[in-house]
Design a protein around this ligand. Structure first.
Ligand SMILES: C[C@H](O)[C@H](O)[C@H]1CNC2=NC(N)=NC(=O)C2=N1
Length: 91
């Protein structure tokens, strides 16, 4: 059970290169090649399944947009922040 973070907590804990968009945090990762983005998304999917906390990912041309929110709580929790940091470690 993760508690919703306050606006100040989200602001303070948001990892570099991530932004808040309402009830979500979002980052667009950029890659030199399309398949690099596909590979990143596959790896992020494995990390997400391990955490059992799942992002929305949009794979585009040499970029992957990742959106995180905690559906069960209706907003942003520590789970989202922690998973964002784990995704950043994949880079
Ligand atoms: C029952 C509930 O759906 C599960 O505990 C997990 C699955 N993956 C999830 N992923 C995300 N982003 N938010 C959730 O609340 C969530 N809940």
């Amino acid at each position: 059970m993760a508690d919703l973070l306050s606006d100040d907590e989200v602001e303070a804990q948001l990892p570099d290169d991530w932004e808040r968009d309402g009830d979500e945090i979002v980052r667009t990762y950029e890659f030199d090649a399309y398949l690099d983005g596909v590979g990143f998304a596959a790896g992020a999917g494995g990390v997400a399944q391990d955490a059992f906390h799942h992002p929305e990912m949009t794979i585009g041309w040499r970029e992957v947009e990742v959106r995180l929110t905690t559906h069960d709580e209706g907003g942003i929790t520590d789970k989202d922040i922690e998973l964002a940091e784990r995704f950043d470690d994949l880079r």
